[in-house]
Design a binder for this molecule. Structure first.
Ligand code: LLP
Length: 426
């Protein structure tokens, strides 16, 4: 018998008494590769992408995967082969994505603090667009481009000042945020950009936040951005593409974000009604393409009963999976091989020496030391935010494709960590 555990994610299911990713047993993967171990389903990523592709059928659109969500080469390769463009935020991400087979012209470069070196690197690679976030950045980018004898394609990230109703650390489209150019200043900034010798205005973009679970903030942001497009074009500056950013949420714990196709049918109706339906469009989804495609497997090391709490100490920690510690984020935790025993209430915690090192609070589990747990919805912003805190090596990663399990990243060793460090000579 097969039973799926996350709605809409048939790739992750119990077959009898064992949790599988596609046709691969997670217990077998953990035995072979050790824990903590990230496992991603290729079919799940492609299904998430297909929802966007359905939503945009018949439109001129470039889907640029926001690779900060998960920048492992094997994951990037899946999206490159599926024809995606990419949204990058550093020179490092540029090198990675080109190594994974991205088409440079389909790469857009976001972020508030691009360095001159990164601008040069991206201009030389021939990327499609720089999403610029301030007038000061426009000046520097123009200078760098002129020095290379090039013109940089630019879009200005405008700040629509709408509340995405998400965690404050991941809302980005409000007035008090460091992101984007204020609505009121946008036309002036566009005039400035159009007058600079090293720039070529190509588009407009916005991104209002992440893990958004309602359509309204998107609809409001679209209205604000389209108002600006009208004003900018009235000033004689043509806008070739409109980029609506990323941000669509996923189901972590009963969250009910709209499906990408349903969201986009609403948004495209508005775009059509306002007469912009035939424009070249762009989106920058990250989490919604990979979040529910990944699990993190971890082994129970010890059970530690306490006076106030019982602790289930596992071998994955805040360095491997930082979202709970950073945002009090909720990730479901399920046994890889369920036991038929009484449930106990546990705090699932890692071995790092901090009280903030927890993976889940107040979870009901029937477990023993040596059991495997799967932390769900761990495909986005988990491995890509992993660190070496406590000198812990980063986890290995597996990409499952049907019956096959490809190692896309080997477990980091202590030798890897020490390679770039030196003792001071005496
Ligand atoms: N475009 C821009 C300009 C962004 O800043 C981001 C995410 C995205 C696209 C992709 O957003 P998504 O579709 O993934 O929501 N570490 C946090 C999330 C930070 C998001 C940063 N920007 C977390 O774990 O929840």
């Amino acid at each position: 018998m097969t039973s799926s555990i996350l709605p809409g994610q048939p790739q992750l299911a119990y077959r009898g008494e064992q949790l599988f990713s596609e046709d691969v047993s997670l217990a077998a993967l953990a035995r072979e590769h050790g824990t903590p171990l990230y496992v991603y389903s290729k079919a799940s990523m492609l299904a998430a992408l297909a929802a966007y592709q359905r939503g945009f059928a018949g439109r001129r659109v470039q889907i640029c995967y926001a690779m900060k969500a998960n920048s492992s080469l094997g994951v990037l390769q899946v999206f490159a082969q599926a024809g995606c463009g990419f949204d990058i935020v550093s020179g490092g991400e540029l090198v990675r994505v080109l190594a994974a087979g991205a088409v440079p012209a389909q790469v857009i470069f976001s972020g508030v603090g691009k360095t001159r070196a990164e601008m040069k690197q991206a201009l030389q690679a021939g990327i499609g667009c720089f999403n610029v976030e301030s007038e000061a950045e426009l000046d520097v980018l123009s200078e760098v481009a002129v020095a290379l004898g090039l013109r940089a394609p630019v879009s200005l990230r405008v700040n629509p000042n709408v509340d995405p109703k998400t965690h404050p650390y991941i809302s980005t489209g409000l007035k008090g945020n460091k992101f984007g150019i204020a609505h009121e200043e946008a036309v002036r900034a566009y005039r400035h950009a159009a007058g600079l010798p090293g720039l070529k205005v190509v588009g407009i973009d916005c991104h209002i936040g992440s893990q958004i679970t309602e359509a309204t903030p998107y609809l409001d942001a679209m209205d604000r951005v389209l108002d600006l497009v009208a004003d900018i074009e009235a000033a004689g500056i043509a806008i070739h593409h409109i980029d609506f950013g990323g941000g669509l949420g996923i189901n972590y714990n009963g969250d009910t974000p709209p499906a990408a196709d349903a969201l986009w049918s609403q948004l495209l109706a508005k775009l059509d009604a306002r007469g912009y339906g035939q424009r070249q469009l762009m989106v920058e989804p990250g989490r919604s393409l990979v979040g529910n495609a990944g699990v993190c497997l971890t082994e129970v090391l010890y059970l530690k009963p306490g006076e106030q709490k019982n602790f289930c100490i596992v071998d994955a920690a805040m360095n491997d999976l930082p979202r709970p510690a950073m945002y009090q984020a909720y990730h479901q935790i399920v046994p890889v091989t369920p036991r038929h025993a009484d449930d106990t209430l546990y705090d699932v915690v890692g071995p790092v020496c901090e009280s903030g090192d927890w993976i889940g609070h107040d979870r009901t589990l029937a477990v023993q030391a040596g059991d495997l747990l799967a932390v769900l919805s761990a495909g986005a912003y988990c491995m890509s935010m992993a660190s070496n805190y406590n000198s812990r090596g980063r986890a290995a990663e597996i990409l499952v494709d049907g019956l096959q399990a490809h190692v896309i990243r080997q477990r980091e060793t202590i030798e890897d960590q020490l390679r770039h460090e030196t003792l001071v000579p005496r």
